[in-house]
Structures are given as structure tokens and as C-alpha cells.
Design a protein around this ligand. Sequence first.
Ligand SMILES: Cc1cc2nc3c(=O)[nH]c(=O)nc-3n(C[C@H](O)[C@H](O)[C@H](O)COP(=O)(O)OP(=O)(O)OC[C@H]3O[C@@H](n4cnc5c(N)ncnc54)[C@H](O)[C@@H]3O)c2cc1C
Length: 417
Amino acid sequence: MSKYIGAMDLGVSEKVAGLREKIAKIIEEDATPLSEEFLEEVNIGDRWTHTKRQSEILDFLKNKAKSQGLWNFWLTDSERGYGLTTVDYAHLAEEMGKCHLGAETFNCSAPDTGNMEVIERYGTDTHKKQWLEQLLNGKIRSAYLMTEPDVASSDATNISMSCVSDGDEYVLNGEKYWASGAGDPRCSIYIVMVKTGGDDAPKHKRHSMVLVPADSKGIEILRPMKIFGHDDAPHGHMHLRFSDVRIPAENLLVGEGEGFAISQGRLGPGRIHHCMRSIGQAEKALELLCKRSVQREAFGKPLAQLGANFDVIAEARIEIDMARLLCLRAAWMMDQGDPRAAAPYISQIKVVAPRMALKVMDEAMQMHGGVGISQDTPLADMWMNQRTLRFADGPDAVHRRQIARKELKAYTQQKMG
Ligand SMILES: Cc1cc2nc3c(=O)[nH]c(=O)nc-3n(C[C@H](O)[C@H](O)[C@H](O)COP(=O)(O)OP(=O)(O)OC[C@H]3O[C@@H](n4cnc5c(N)ncnc54)[C@H](O)[C@@H]3O)c2cc1C
């Protein structure tokens, strides 16, 4: 039972309603058609640099949003922010989830929001000047490097990249993979989880977080990881090797052994932001499903009226609305300022949101017939991207473990699982 007993306002304030309307207009009129053009351009020339047209599209969208003050909404509970709560942000992020470039248009995309949170909360003034300012301005992008090919990374105590102090530097060796966004030509800074402590140190004090400039000597990009055969260029999920990579000692965040504490701070906001956008994606899929079901006829009737299609539509609406409420409740818990108390609520929505969105997208593809899984609708891409969220930021099973452990706490003194 939550100790927070105050009124839980999950609604849309007047301020947020105005912002949401402006965001929705840009998403529908600009970002959606331009996302399609942006993705078509990927096949022209080098997949890992932006074409002239791709750069123009990004500049146009960002300038349009920025000129209207529609920027960096994710920065909740901070002097630099917009004065929004996480609940407020959830309503906006849902809109941004509706197309490929939606979040980036407003400088609210993954993995940058989570990474900016880290530098904002745990970085020094120098880090902020060097990296955060440019990230906040949308000039550069970033990646978060935790997962490693040789260890089960859902258990972060396994992370093994070595980071050895040498005078006023650290030296890093090892491999990382699934580094989302590390393929982007603008990606300039990596936040890297490394092992600094020996096996004699307490399990949760062996790891640290360091800032590594992407152009550091000794970093090789080995390959993009493919998702069902797609490389997700130019964003990419890269496999990298670090060979004697030297960074200044001051690039350590907070202190040695603080990696776990920082990753908990980072992954909370990052995870829930994904879920908010998943709900927007599910809304988009239901919209496409409904339009198709009333516009196309078979057996003398609109598709909507055939078989169990009313049920399909009703179930999709019910599940989206249930997930949204769960997401808003987790957001509200985050707004209470106790990340540990909020964590199991975030885990709940992290399990539910992708699962729900995948189901709605699957039904939307089915309602479209063969074209539903083709290049003529965004549904197949949406489904593919959504499927990755059952792994990224922690697989479902790990979140269920977190939820169950909290549930069992009331019944035993023994540490379970
Ligand atoms: C598209 C994509 C983008 C990603 N982006 C990033 C990124 O930017 N940065 C980054 O560091 N990582 C990223 N990841 C990696 C992701 O976070 C890891 O894949 C995830 O944490 C799982 O780690 P693993 O792959 O090593 O799986 P493992 O740890 O080997 O786990 C494999 C499976 O074991 C099962 N399992 C694990 N623990 C439990 C448990 N407690 N109970 C029951 N079953 C369990 C689950 O079914 C799990 O899927 C990304 C992954 C994908 C697919």
C-alpha cells in the first residue's frame, strides 16, 4: 500500500491543454509527413550520415518547435525546466509518440532525456557546460552504454567493462552493445557504466558511471545490431569495442561505486518516458485501425461490422485507457519525490505499456489486410520498434521481479528473490 494518500490529480491542466494542442498540430501537419520522408532518405548514400534533406527536415522541425517555446518539456522538477510535473509531461509525451520524429522535434527523445537527467542531476558545472548545454539546445546527441555482449546485462551487477585509475585519467577496456543512438552522426557523448571496484566490494558498490566523448581514441564501432534485420540507421544500436580508452578522471560522475545509484536515477525517467510514447503509438494504431475499418468494405459491409471487429475496437480502447491510467499513476508517484517508492509503479507500466501497444498494433495490422505489414502503413515499423521495449530498459521479467518483491515484503522479513 502506498504511503502517499493525498489527492491524485492526473488530469490535464489548462496550461498543459494549450501545449498539447500546439504539439498535436505540429505532429499532424509537419512531423508525421516529414518523418516518412526522413525515413525514405535513409537509403540514399551512407546510411550513417544525414543527407542534406534529412538535416533540413530536422532543422525545420526543431526550429519550428523552438520558436514557439515548445522545447525540453521532459525537464520536470528543475529550475531549467518548463515548470511541468511528470504527470503533465505524460500528456505531452503521448502526443510526441505518434510519429518517428515526434519526440526529437521537441528535444524530448530517447536516450537523450534520460542522459540529460543524469548530467543535470549528477554532473559537475564543467560537465553541464561542456555537454548539457549542447544537449539541451538539441545541437548534439548522446548514448547510454550499459549492456555488454558477454554478460547477462539485465542483472547490472554483471557489468564488467574495466575502468582503471591511472594518474589523473581512467583507462577503459571492454565491449558494449545495443548502444541506442550511437550511430547518429551527432552523437558526441556516451554515459558508460563501468566496473571500478573489485569482487570484494559490496555488489552494488562495484560500478561507476563515466562520461566518454564519442571521438575518444580507442573506440571502435564494430557493427550496428539489427532488429528483425533492420539497422535503424542513422540512429542505430551499436556494438562498440573500447581498447585502452583514456578519459580525464573528472569525467567520473559523483564518485567511484555510485554507478548503481545513478542508474536507478536515470532509468526511472527514461523508462516512463518510453511508456508515455508507447501509449501515443497505440492511440495512433487504433486511429488507423478505425479509419480502415469504416472505409473498406467486404461481404457487403464495412470491415468494422464484420465478425468480432466491434469487440476488437472496444478492447483496444479499454486497454489503452487502462494503461494510460497506470502510466499517470506512476508519473504521479515520481512527482512525490521518492524514486524508490515510485520504482515498482514504473515497473508495472513498463511491463504493461509495450504489451498493450503491441496488441493494438497487431490488431491494426490485421484490420488492414496484407498492406498492414507492408511499407504502405507505419504499422509494421511501429510494431517492430515497440517489440524492442520488452527488452530495452530492463526485460519484462526483471520488472515483474521488482513488483513481486515489493508485494511480498508485507508478508515476510526474509529477502525474497
Ligand atoms: C532495441 C534495443 C535497444 C537497446 N538500447 C540500449 C541502450 O541504449 N543502452 C544499453 O545499455 N542497453 C540497451 N539495450 C539492451 C537492453 O537493455 C538489454 O537487452 C536488457 O537489459 C537485457 O539484457 P540482456 O540482453 O543481456 O539479456 P539477459 O540479461 O541475458 O536476459 C535474457 C532473458 O533472461 C530472462 N531473465 C532475466 N532476468 C530474469 C528474471 N529476474 N526472472 C526471469 N527471467 C529473467 C528474460 O527473459 C530476459 O529477456 C537495448 C536493447 C534493445 C533490444
